[in-house]
Ligand binder design. Structure first.
Ligand code: ARG
Ligand code: ZN
Length: 849
């Protein structure tokens, strides 16, 4: 469908803009249903453009008047914008339009959230604010005047004149329209200061509703750490006198890097020990860093067009991952990132929504803010760094910043900076951006006369629109261990560039045990026959923390697959190896918590499908439960001891060390409850003085179908805190048994606090339903039906969030015929609905293609 949709946009059709903009002046007269926007835009013909067709984007705008150099004009209003006969010289276009923020439920453009005005313009929302060349390769400085009686009036850049009922802002840095932002409301600030290394004094404000002022301190610290880190690690300094962050309750995504005025989903910035979990704190720190880092990778240097989205997102995710590693633990962070990539990006790559990190076409760009663009995009940056080394990477980045500051550029420009800085030819490497799909690397070994040979063969399955794949450059980090556990060859990076290639290691005294793809050195799937003994050996001896964890994970996955496919019982050898791992006091508690986490249901479904069989979600659920129970039975003593000895006395701190201990004790608690019952969890719930402990206890109780009283108590305690109530909604669905999941979700939609137009609340219930694999895929089809009903209800109001959530269905072709039939029926029902949004129709079209 993407192929034939007349609205499809293609990378190959890119044309430079006919006119450039030298300056923009905007005046906003705010009123809920009748906001007036006055614009004055100075245009100049683009010497590099082939055409002089003057077109401005504009959607849902009521044009009041327009003029060119002061002379009234009547533009031709066309689909998606306006046309005019424009001079072949510089001129000023002025217009007045009226818009309706109050009824803007799509949360794109200027909208209202709890009485405050805010904006979201990326990717193409500015055209809902005024007529403008709404494309990232048109960059201009902005002057903004906001008129309103509301006390706080914000826009991008530095503050200008401020008086009764108005405020002016000036952003001197040329920017594309997608980075425009405006906020007006009754807000209070948590404020601080930062001095940049060259001495610029920056005022920092985190703007929130008064009730949330106690949830700002952590975000502010994260901001200051991010600013310092970017100076120290990338040499990048902040460039305005003020940096504002605003928390908004109704927001489609996590947050937005608008120049000098970041707007955050409140769930991505507000945190107090009582209301946020350790995971929330870590996520908030990462998102604050991510949006801040965009100031250089995204804002100062932006994308030429939306096909280049990974240029800013892949790089900025990579940077925020480095930051989190530096703040916490690199080993633990790498494992987390690999888990996310495999669970979500490999899943995308293996289904109908697979697309290259730089897509070649789209109908709705909002549908391409994906794990592939973001997370695989970040992996590509990581591989580049691995290939050119730390120093080469720094040189390449310096050159990139130097050369392209103030420009809107492409992936080719990015790669050229690496080539020019390091002398490396990256033409083959570029395939990572254009080829979709996860490469499989098949490994065979040979051992003779002290010579060990590794033969690697790569192969990437076909993806939509790409039947044949060429070999990619795959950095495979390898170490070799002696049978006694000593490392005989430390980590070396093999560069696999051919379809098949052999690598030799000479003069070894005994056949080594290889540790392959250390640190998850490339986003590929390793295919290798490996004995249980070897895995247990690596779990015990590998010096690479990632592969140590990986060995345990492989053992768990193999064991679970044998349980599902061959009716095997829980693998006692695995459990014993696991027991030794978690009891090793030399290991970081956070790492031991990761060892304890079994592969998820969806990961197992993927792995089973990969063997050519249809996964049965019910059987997978039951196997995981049986293994969890067996672990709890066999390791009860160790788990009980860990639980007791790793408790924390003293006040809550969200930093990594304490968080790791809580992760470990709470993983133990959830297992212990299976055999002991709920007393331990109930005691923890009662004693908890922070959300991490409280919710972990509630979760453990719900998993064993206890906790009704605690659930009620939790609701009574937190009914006034929206963010906490999202957890309350989500957890019940996540922990519901397969039979009860859809019914639980359905009952919650009738709860008086189910504000379905709020994306966080909608996602709390339906994201949890989609994540409860055995519940969502229950053979009754009730989960599918319920989700489709609600997606159809949400689509007319909020296409973006609807389209995103259709992804729950994207794995449908993995399953048996009955389930496929049920899902296909829902997808067709959605596709056949009259007036379906462009966003959602593109998604279901691709899934049905
Ligand atoms: N650039 C933002 C970020 O990475 C994401 C904004 C995407 N929003 C959207 N509606 N597509 O933080
Ligand atoms: Zn981003």
């Amino acid at each position: 469908m993407t192929q034939h949709d007349p609205r499809t946009v293609y990378l190959k059709d890119y044309q430079p803009p006919a006119y450039l903009v030298d300056e923009v002046k905007l005046t906003f007269r705010l009123a809920p249903e009748t906001t007036r926007v006055l614009s004055e835009i100075r245009f100049r013909p683009n010497p590099d453009a082939a055409s002089r067709d003057f077109f401005l984007h504009g959607e849902q705008l009521k044009l009041i008047s327009a003029s060119i150099d002061g002379t009234p004009v009547e533009p031709e209003l066309v689909e998606g914008g306006l046309k005019l006969d424009a001079p072949d010289a510089a001129f000023t276009f002025a217009a007045e339009v009226e818009i309706d923020p109050e009824h803007n439920t799509a949360l794109e453009g200027l909208y209202r959230s709890n009485g405050m005005y805010c904006t979201q313009c990326e990717a193409e929302g500015f055209r809902k604010i005024t007529f403008y060349p709404d494309r990232p390769d048109v960059m201009a400085p902005f002057h903004v005047r906001v008129e309103s009686d509301l006390p706080v009036l914000l826009s991008n850049g530095n503050p200008g004149e401020r008086g009764d009922g108005f405020a002016e802002w000036h952003d001197p840095w040329p920017k594309p329209a997608y980075l425009f932002a405006l906020v007006a409301g009754e807000l209070v600030a948590h404020s601080d200061r930062f001095t940049t290394r060259s001495g610029r004094e920056v005022e920092l404000n985190l703007w929130v509703r008064e009730a949330d002022i106690d949830k700002c301190a952590f975000g502010m610290e994260a901001l200051k750490k991010s600013m310092r880190w970017d100076e120290e690690v990338y040499g990048r300094e902040y460039d305005l006198d003020v940096f504002n962050i605003v928390a908004v309750d109704d927001f489609n995504m996590g947050a937005m890097e608008n120049k000098g005025l970041n707007i955050f989903n409140s769930s991505a910035v507000l945190a107090s020990p009582e209301t946020a979990t350790d995971a929330d704190f870590e996520r908030i720190e990462a998102i604050i860093a991510h949006e801040y880092f965009h100031n250089w990778t995204g804002n100062r240097i932006t994308c030429r067009d939306w096909f280049q989205l990974c240029l800013k997102e892949g790089l900025t995710v990579f940077r925020d991952q480095q930051f989190t590693g530096d703040m916490r633990s690199h080993a633990v962070k790498r494992i987390d990132d690999a888990m996310t990539l495999r669970a979500m990006q490999f899943r995308e790559d293996n289904g109908p929504l697979a697309h290259p990190v730089r897509p070649e076409s789209f109908v709705e760009i909002n549908n391409f803010y994906t794990v592939t663009v973001y997370e695989k995009g970040a992996e590509i940056v990581g591989m580049l760094r691995r290939l050119v080394g730390e120093e080469g990477y720094r040189k390449a980045l310096d050159l990139y910043f130097d050369r392209h500051d103030g420009q809107a550029v492409t992936i080719e420009d990015w790669l050229r900076a690496f080539e020019d800085a390091t002398g490396r030819d990256l033409s083959q490497f570029g395939r990572w951006y254009s080829q979709a799909g996860t490469p499989r690397v098949h490994v065979t070994e040979d051992w003779a006369d002290g010579r060990y040979t590794l033969t690697l063969r790569q192969e990437t399955p076909a993806t939509p629109g790409q039947p044949d794949k060429a070999p990619q450059v795959i950095p495979v980090a390898v170490g070799l261990l002696n049978p006694n556990g000593d490392e005989v060859v430390p980590t070396t990076v093999l560069e696999l560039t051919e379809a098949e290639q052999s690598f030799h290691f000479e003069t070894l005294s005994a056949r080594p045990v290889p540790s392959l793809l250390r640190g998850f050195s490339a986003p590929v799937i390793l295919k290798r026959q490996q004995s249980k003994e070897e895995r247990a050996f690596l779990l015990a001896h590998d010096t690479d923390p990632f592969n140590k964890w990986e060995a345990g994970r492989d053992l768990a996955r193999d064991g679970l697959m044998a349980m599902v496919l061959d009716g095997a019982g829980p693998d006692a050898d695995y459990i014993d190896a696991l027991g030794r791992g978690i009891a090793d006091e030399g290991l970081d508690p956070a790492f031991r918590a990761q060892l304890l986490a079994l592969p998820g249901e969806d990961e197992l479904a993927q792995a089973i499908f990969e063997t050519g069989r249809a996964p049965d979600p019910t059987a997978i659920f039951e196997a995981r439960e049986a293994l969890r129970r067996a672990v709890a039975e066999r390791l009860g003593d160790v788990l009980g001891r860990l639980y007791e000895t790793h408790q924390i006395d003293g006040p809550y701190s969200p930093e990594a060390e304490d968080a790791g201990r809580r992760a470990l004790t709470n993983a133990a608690l959830s297992l212990l409850s299976l055999t002991e019952g709920g007393d331990r969890a109930r005691a923890q719930f009662r004693a908890a003085d922070n959300m991490t402990q409280q919710i972990a206890a509630l979760s453990a109780l719900l998993s064993i179908e206890e906790g009704a009283a605690e659930l009620k108590a939790f609701e009574d305690q937190w009914s006034h805190e929206r963010l906490v109530m999202n957890k309350w909604f989500g957890l019940q669905v996540a922990r519901a048994t397969p039979e009860r999941a859809a019914a639980t979700a359905e009952a919650l939609t009738r709860h008086s606090a189910f504000e379905w137009k709020n994306p966080n609340r909608f996602r709390a219930v339906f994201g949890a339903l989609a994540g409860n694999a055995a519940g969502f895929h229950h053979p009754s089809g009730a989960g599918y039906r319920l989700l489709a009903d609600w997606l159809l209800k949400l689509d007319p109001l909020n296409p973006q969030t609807t389209a995103r959530m259709t992804q729950a269905f994207s794995t449908w072709k993995r399953y048996d015929e009955t389930r496929q039939g049920l899902i296909r029926a829902e997808l067709e029902r959605i596709a056949g609905t009259e007036g379906l949004s462009r966003d959602t129709s593109e998604m279901v079209g691709r899934m049905l293609a």
